[in-house]
Design a protein around this ligand. Structure first.
Ligand code: CAA
Length: 301
């Protein structure tokens, strides 16, 4: 079966499981490229928020003249938001973008494996969990792959494509050509905890948190060093707030467990902030405060 031919925009539909920031961004870029999308979540409220945010982000692209009004409307109309997983029964590709917990993803992969056509590809947007382990819970391990997008998905051009030990070359090729059809640049990576992106990024964020915890510098100073000295668009602590401090701690734990190396232990300050519910931008407070949607961040934890 020629998977590449089967996945041309307008020919088939894709499923996206999880309608948070990443899931809605992924649905946005597939719909914008002409695919029909079934966006699935257990929460109807989350789906409602996702539809609004996709609509707002498409409008932003209209304002920037990247899309016409009609193209944005057509893209939004291609997305079906549903709590009903059985609607995924005909999709040829599913991209799971649920919370970063293995047990949750395992359940979703078992369910998708039972629901989707035998030749469908199951991809995960996991940022650190083993694709090989996820593949092993399905009856189609050769059709399981990592498709790791970056936030904000409509803007960031990278898709880190992760081959599990069992991933077939045709699955890799199909997903690579789909990533290109989305206007993204695929980069091939083998399965290892954190892949490349988070194996390198999370120790940077963690070390930045240690520097703040130890009083070496303020969060603003640490961020300025990276923005002004290394031309990063956001300093590491602004980026941590953007990603979510809970997500950073979860990924660091995956790295610590996966490599058995204490160098990945999450900084106690990060852990305490997560315990306090200071999760970054999404909770209104992290290394910075986010007083209201769209307002500039204020300094101070
Ligand atoms: N949808 C559509 N367009 C969007 C958007 C969205 N959600 N968010 C921003 N944009 C567009 C804006 O319209 C703007 O477009 P133009 O260039 O045409 O003007 C452009 O993106 C830049 O946005 P802004 O001008 O509003 O703001 P900015 O210049 O400060 O850039 C940023 C914002 C793109 C987020 C930039 O700060 C940046 O690149 N930050 C780093 C982001 C990053 O590192 N992401 C990866 C996180 S790690 C991850 O996701 C994976 C993981 O596993 C943890």
């Amino acid at each position: 079966m020629d998977l590449q031919a089967a996945m041309q925009p307008g020919v088939d539909s894709v499923g996206v499981i999880g309608s948070g920031t990443m899931g809605s961004g992924i649905a946005h870029v597939f719909a914008r490229a002409g695919y029909s999308v079934v966006l699935c979540d257990v929460s109807a409220d989350a789906l409602e928020r996702a539809r609004k945010s996709i609509g707002a982000n498409l409008s932003r692209e209209v304002k920037k003249q990247k899309l016409t009004e009609a193209e944005a409307e057509a893209a939004l109309a291609r997305i079906t938001c549903t709590t009903e997983r059985t609607l995924l029964g005909k999709v040829r590709l599913a991209v799971e973008a649920a919370t970063e917990r293995f047990e949750l993803k395992r359940k979703i992969f078992e369910e998708l494996d039972a629901l989707l056509p035998a030749n469908a590809i199951l991809a995960s947007n996991t940022s650190s969990i083993s694709i090989t382990r996820l593949a092993a819970v399905t009856g189609r391990p050769e059709r399981v792959i990592g498709m790791h997008f970056f936030n904000p998905v409509p803007v960031m051009t990278l898709v880190e494509i992760i081959r599990g030990l069992q991933t077939a070359p045709e699955t890799y090729q199909a997903v690579e050509s789909i990533a290109r059809a989305l206007g993204k640049t695929p980069v091939e990576v083998n399965d290892a905890p954190g892949f490349v992106s988070n194996r390198v990024l999370m120790p940077l964020i963690n070390e930045a948190a240690f520097a703040v915890m130890e009083g070496v510098a303020t969060a603003e100073a640490v961020d300025q060093v990276f923005q002004l000295g290394m031309a990063h668009p956001m300093g590491p602590l602004t980026l941590a707030d953007f990603i979510g401090l809970d997500v950073c701690v979860d990924i660091l734990r995956v790295l610590q467990e996966g490599y058995g190396d204490p160098k990945y232990r999450p900084c106690p300050l990060l852990v305490r902030m997560v315990d306090a519910g200071w999760l970054g931008r999404k909770s209104g407070r992290g290394f910075y405060r986010y007083p209201a949607e769209g307002a500039p961040p204020r300094a101070g934890r």
